[in-house]
Design a protein. Structure first.
Length: 115
């Protein structure tokens, strides 16, 4: 599918030349090109007092060992992905995962380093 854009709330996080999306229902992760992921993380960690405390450096996704998904959900924005010129909205609860790899809450968005 053609990837036409990615928004975190009103902020355009897709800055790369990555033009295609891979849909895989066998994983809970959403993958972005690395530059787009860095834009996403920058926006997420500036969303509020809980999200500012996320660890986004030690793994290939953001997580917290002591902040619940419920608290994060209240301040995170929708992720809007545009595929073949149609927008698909993923609300915050759709990309948050509880009890993920030892974290109380993780953001199931990561990156592929293929560019």
């Amino acid at each position: 599918m053609n990837l036409n854009g990615a928004l975190y709330g009103d902020s355009d996080v897709k800055q790369s030349n990555w033009k295609y999306a891979i849909l895989d229902s066998g994983t809970r992760m959403i993958y972005m090109a690395h530059p787009d992921y860095l834009n996403f993380v920058s926006n997420v960690t500036n969303s509020g007092k809980y999200s500012a405390k996320l660890d986004c450096d030690s793994k290939e996704y953001c997580y917290s060992k002591d902040i619940s998904c419920r608290k994060l959900e209240g301040e995170l924005k929708d992720l809007i992905i545009k595929l073949d010129n149609k927008s698909y909205t993923v609300p915050a609860y759709g990309y948050l995962v509880e009890d993920f790899n030892g974290a109380q809450c993780a953001i199931a968005v990561s990156y592929l380093g293929i560019l």
